[in-house]
Design a protein around this ligand. Structure first.
Ligand SMILES: *Cc1c(COP(=O)(O)O)cnc(C)c1O
Length: 373
């Protein structure tokens, strides 16, 4: 019985090992570790990839969100509208600046924020809308951008899981006021540690972001704002520069794996019997499958079965953000976000990494079929 891990980063690293070693040696030889030419080159290449005017490297995806909101002067008393069904940082970025996250429930199909419900959550305090492109599929950006434009509220894309994803042929991170990216190793473009970037088409905002990541200094030791220490390492930039040209091929591999799962689940009768609900692909979305997330009947028992069979899985996310202990002061209660709460009980993410083999996918589906026999 061969285990099937949820994620195995080793085959990808092995395939590009020589290029990576050379790139890392170059940085070590230069002894230039903070920002510098390696980071500047990566920023240029990332901006071109995303189709945005600017990319600004920073320490993490979390920081990319915090820096974006900080650059928009979000502060205490402000409200940020976002989804309750995401990684913690989608909401903590607001709270870290003293602002209040305001949650809007999700669409059951895509798991993304329900654009039709955003209007009701807007107040005179709303300073930004932060849609998350969850699992690698863009939120309903047409409607969200229309709402933002109509109300004069900037849209910050949490594109941390969605590098290379598109919405009606526009790239994630190129549509909003800024886009936030994470290079955490499990993201589609993963560094050898933490890293992140903000993209934007706004020249002034880009200039502000560049100083905010270095203590608010435009000139050495002259501080025009109270900024942060949030920089992308040259070593990480070197790794990311080697990986970026491979990204589209890796994402295609993920999509091919998702297609195979879809087909096998359907052929096994699991979809017709409603044991498994396949991930819904929105018509305008170019999904890059950072996660392949099904809804499963008896999810927890299925998880136990799969674990016993050596098959990896993850639950993203088991507790919706509005019910997190640290947001207790916001006053949300169970039942307030029914779709996010139901998703938390039903979702199961399966192995989807590009190097997964057809027989591994067959094995995952066969074990799920055996459970529902
Ligand atoms: C990973 C992730 C982040 C945070 O990125 P880090 O680099 O881990 O700080 C933010 N939002 C979403 C949706 C993410 O998946």
């Amino acid at each position: 019985m061969n285990p099937v891990p949820l994620l195995d980063l080793k085959p990808q690293a092995a395939a590009i090992r020589d290029e990576i070693d050379r790139a890392l040696r170059g940085v070590v030889d230069s002894q230039s570790f903070i920002l510098g030419s390696e980071v500047a080159s990566f920023e240029t290449e990332l901006a071109a990839y995303v189709g945005a005017a600017h990319a600004i490297g920073c320490a993490s995806g979390t920081d990319a969100l915090v820096l974006s909101l900080h650059a928009l002067a979000v502060r205490s008393g402000d409200e940020i509208v976002t989804t309750p069904f995401s990684f913690f940082a989608s909401a903590s970025c607001a709270a870290l600046l003293g602002a209040t996250p305001v949650f809007v429930d999700i669409e059951p199909g895509t798991f993304n924020i329900d654009a039709a419900k955003i209007d009701d959550a807007i107040t005179f305090r709303t300073k930004a809308i932060v849609p998350v492109h969850l699992f690698g599929q863009c939120a309903a950006m047409d409607a969200i951008l229309e709402t933002g434009a109509r109300l004069g509220i900037p849209v910050i894309e949490d594109a941390c899981q969605a590098i290379g994803a598109t919405h009606a042929s526009r790239a994630a991170g190129s549509m909003g006021k800024t886009g936030a990216f994470s290079f955490f190793p499990s993201k589609n473009l993963g560094a050898f540690g933490d890293g992140g970037a903000v993209t934007t088409n706004d020249d002034d905002l880009a200039a502000r972001l560049r100083i905010l990541r270095v203590h608010g200094e435009r000139e050495r030791y002259k501080h025009e704002a109270i900024g942060w220490n949030s920089r992308l390492d040259a070593l990480q930039a070197a790794v990311l520069r080697v990986k970026l040209p491979h990204l589209d091929a890796w994402s295609s591999g993920r999509v091919a794996n998702a297609d195979r799962y879809d087909r096998l689940f359907t052929e096994a009768g699991l979809v017709a019997r409603e044991c498994v609900h396949l991930p819904v692909r929105a018509p305008q979305a170019g999904h890059i499958f950072n996660q392949y997330t099904i809804r499963a009947r008896q999810r927890d028992a299925l998880g136990v079965h799969l674990k016993a069979q050596g098959i990896g899985w993850g639950i993203y996310y088991p507790i919706p953000l509005h019910l997190q202990e640290c947001f207790g002061n916001l006053g949300y209660e169970p039942g307030d976000m029914p779709e996010a709460e139901r998703a938390s009980r039903e979702v199961l993410s399966l192995p989807i990494f590009p190097e997964l083999t057809p027989s591994q996918i067959e094995r995952v589906v066969a074990e799920i079929a055996a459970f529902f026999k």
